[in-house]
Design a protein around this ligand. Structure first.
Ligand SMILES: Cc1cc2nc3c(=O)[nH]c(=O)nc-3n(C[C@H](O)[C@H](O)[C@H](O)COP(=O)(O)OP(=O)(O)OC[C@H]3O[C@@H](n4cnc5c(N)ncnc54)[C@H](O)[C@@H]3O)c2cc1C
Length: 433
């Protein structure tokens, strides 16, 4: 197989680039490789975990996106790279059943330009038991595993209730960043909804305990203090036990140890840090201490003029000397920057002179289906506006729709938004199977 532009990773950034480039250059020139068959916008994974978003409705098939946006899709995980020969290896795919029959063989892809956009994975910082006893929200499988475990535990607690009045479910979330905070709030809302669908003896706030542990002195530490304080208040109103300034030292099947305290837990979520996928270190490309690909201001991997990286897997130092943060808005902006780079190359124009510069438009943190809180950056440097409530929630939803618009177009995004609104009124508010 061969293609002029090969993008590995169809997430927040890679998929947008493949769609936009495909619409301009067509399927012979643009190829997307992903280890999964369907795409979910990663910032919505906490909703999948809580059951308020159904992956089977939300997931967008890469085959469909490839057809509609005129790129070629290759299904399989990238395993290796020969940078000199410009060839990458995509692993074989086996059937998901017991036969383990090989459905697709290992494949080699020849490229002219390669874009690495493989995102990030959990960083456990060597905490004993973290990898074995926690669930992370790295991918849809993780979020689905969390949802099914929660559903099972709620069912068991409901059954036990008549003989054991204090039966319940203890959830501990490690990490008070946006992922942990959003999950805690979504979970509290969802646990109330589960109670209305047959879990008659369980009372959400009394029987589903949610504890959020954070090492820093406040939750949402990178955001303005006002946002942290508002978020803390919203979590307290939802009976989430927030403990800050505490370091988790061990995790086992019974719970989480932080300092002298053991927090009993049947489900533990790790949302305390991310790192680049380990296989990047094996590719022979320059990586930073955190394992991210070391890129220059044009997003080219240092020392290579035909290999680029974007999003969470790229370590890009902006003109301000700061590392670009691992966020969906950065991945989206980097995709647009590389689109411009490649279109100039394609048209034989001179390269972009300006390096990629991260523009922070602010941060919004979702608190369930009706409210959000956050800060929006003004056009004047350093100025930000605090937003909360329904308006902030609408802005949060519009971010997701903007991503859909980039990959589906305006009309289909509008139709999809209306369809999902209607479907939500004909199906349970949380996924029950
Ligand atoms: C619960 C949650 C909430 C978040 N909320 C926000 C938010 O509100 N705002 C914000 O800006 N950011 C948010 N983020 C962060 C944001 O999701 C990421 O920064 C963003 O998705 C990174 O985009 P990406 O394109 O680099 O990678 P991803 O979106 O992670 O996509 C990576 C893709 O690469 C594929 N892949 C991985 N390895 C391979 C391989 N070996 N071969 C082939 N394919 C591979 C994966 O299947 C995936 O499709 C949140 C993250 C989480 C988990």
């Amino acid at each position: 197989m061969q293609s002029k532009y090969v993008i590995v990773g169809g997430g927040a950034g890679g998929l947008e680039l493949a769609c936009k480039l495909g619409r301009k250059l067509g399927p012979e020139a643009v190829m997307l490789v992903d280890s999964r068959l369907f795409h979910i916008w990663k910032p919505s994974l906490h909703e999948v975990a809580a059951g308020t978003l159904d992956v089977h409705q939300e997931g967008l098939s890469y085959q469909m996106l490839a057809h509609d946006n005129r790129f070629t899709f290759v299904y399989g995980p990238m395993l290796a790279l020969d940078a000199q020969q410009r060839v990458l290896t995509v692993g074989a795919i086996e059937s998901g059943d017991e036969s383990k029959e090989q459905i697709l063989p290992e494949r080699q892809i020849q490229f002219e330009k390669l874009v690495m956009a493989v995102g990030s994975t959990s960083n456990y910082f060597g905490v004993p038991g973290a990898a074995e006893h926690t669930i992370s929200l790295n991918a849809t499988e993780d979020a689905e595993r969390f949802r099914l475990t929660l559903l099972k535990l709620l069912t068991l607690a409901e059954l036990k209730k008549s003989v054991q009045p204090d039966a319940g479910v203890d959830v501990v979330i490690i990490g008070g960043g946006a992922t942990g905070v959003e999950l805690a709030a979504e979970l509290r809302e969802a646990s109330g909804v589960y109670a209305t669908y047959g879990f008659r003896q369980l009372q959400a706030e009394r029987d589903v305990s949610i504890t959020l542990l954070e090492g820093a002195p406040r939750i949402l530490a990178p955001l303005p203090e006002k946002v942290s304080a508002a978020a803390l208040e919203l979590l307290r109103q939802r009976a989430v036990n927030v403990v800050t300034g505490t370091r988790v030292t061990a995790i086992d099947g019974a719970g989480v140890t932080a300092g002298d305290t053991v927090y009993p837990a049947q489900i533990v979520v790790w949302a305390a840090g991310i790192k680049a996928p380990d296989f990047l270190k094996e590719l022979g490309l320059p990586v930073t201490k955190s394992g991210q690909l070391d890129v220059d201001g044009t997003l080219a991997v240092k020392g290579y003029d035909d290999i680029y990286a974007l999003g969470d897997c790229a370590a890009c130092i902006g003109p301000d000397g700061k590392l670009v943060p691992p966020r969906a808005q950065a991945a989206h902006q980097m995709a647009d920057y590389l689109l411009e780079t490649f279109m100039r190359q394609h048209k034989g124009q001179s390269p972009q002179t300006k390096p990629y510069t991260y523009r922070d438009y602010g941060s919004l943190v979702s608190f369930g289906q009706t409210t959000s809180v956050g800060s929006l950056m003004g056009s004047l440097k350093g100025l930000s506006w605090f937003v909360d409530g329904f308006v902030a929630r609408m802005m949060y939803v519009s971010l997701h729709l903007m991503h859909h618009q980039a990959v589906l177009g305006t009309v289909r995004t509008g139709v999809l938004a209306v369809a999902r609104f209607l479907i939500k009124r004909t199906t349970p508010l949380v996924k029950l199977h």
